[in-house]
Design a protein around this ligand. Structure first.
Ligand code: SAM
Length: 246
């Protein structure tokens, strides 16, 4: 997948703008709003799978200090587009990040979790570098039924190009709640995407909260947006499993 992004780098911004326009724009806006709310003037933010650095540029233009931002991406070609951004940059994979435990106050990961071979392992790594009470802000392509022809086309073309997969939000929520988070919020948004905000428990010894994910009988407990879907669509949703059960 990293090689795919090395080749894609020159066209990435154009392709990604199309994705945002037709399928992921609301989720991206939700993520950016959540990050702005989570940041304080002293927060340290890590943007994992930063791509061409679009979000860092936005934050810097809004007054975030370059000292507050760290970018990480394993693709040399994608990072080459970030060279002019005056922040700390690391070329590494999300599965093995070169940071000590509990380093960052805010960790963002936009459209990258679905590109890694083992999303569950990657989630544990994202949690590891997050400070207690820190916020993990995630946006990813979600395995929800396409509602419009344009969404269907985008879904097909992405799968064929091999630039990512569509994850099951309920599984992501379950991993987060069963690890170190006391609070996981789903930000409602339209499109083939999900935005989740998870706040890490203050104590690393906290056990998972009483709200550890369970799907209710109609399969919608963990993902309220599903309540508005038809039973057939819900069945489709809960059976989209993009990494093996453990
Ligand atoms: C769809 S792009 C998202 C880029 C950026 N976050 C954005 O919002 O435009 C996915 C990014 O994930 C990166 N990526 C691929 N495999 C990765 C891995 N194992 N760890 C971290 N990032 C990875 C790619 O190089 C690419 O830059």
């Amino acid at each position: 997948m990293i090689r795919v992004y090395d080749h894609l780098a020159p066209f990435y911004d154009v392709l990604h703008r199309r994705w945002l326009r037709f399928a992921g724009g609301e989720a991206q806006a939700a993520l950016e709003a959540a990050v702005r709310m989570a940041m304080t003037p002293h927060s340290q933010l890590l943007d994992v799978g930063c791509g061409t650095g679009h979000f860092a540029r936005t934050l810097l233009s809004e007054g975030t200090s370059p000292r507050q931002i760290t970018l990480l991406d394993p693709s040399e070609a994608m990072l080459a587009h970030c060279r002019d951004i005056p922040v700390c940059q690391r070329r590494n994979r999300l599965e093995a990040m070169p940071f000590a435990d509990e380093t960052f106050d805010v960790v963002t990961c936009a459209w990258a979790l679905e590109t890694v071979p083992h999303p569950e392992r990657a989630l544990h790594e994202l949690i590891r570098v997050l400070r207690p009470d820190g916020a993990l802000c995630l946006t990813f392509c979600a395995g929800v039924p396409a509602r419009r022809p344009t969404e269907w086309l985008v879904q097909k073309s992405m799968t064929l190009r091999g630039t990512g997969r569509f994850l099951d939000p309920a599984q992501v929520i379950s991993v987060l709640r069963n690890t170190a988070f006391c609070d996981v919020r789903v930000v409602p948004c339209a499109g083939l995407a999900a935005t989740l905000i998870a706040r890490r428990s203050l104590s690393s010894h906290d056990t998972p909260g009483p709200q550890a994910t369970t799907l209710d009988s109609n399969g919608s407990g963990a993902y309220p947006a599903l309540r508005h879907q038809t039973p057939a669509a819900r069945r489709h949703f809960v059976t989209v499993k993009l990494w093996p059960d453990h």
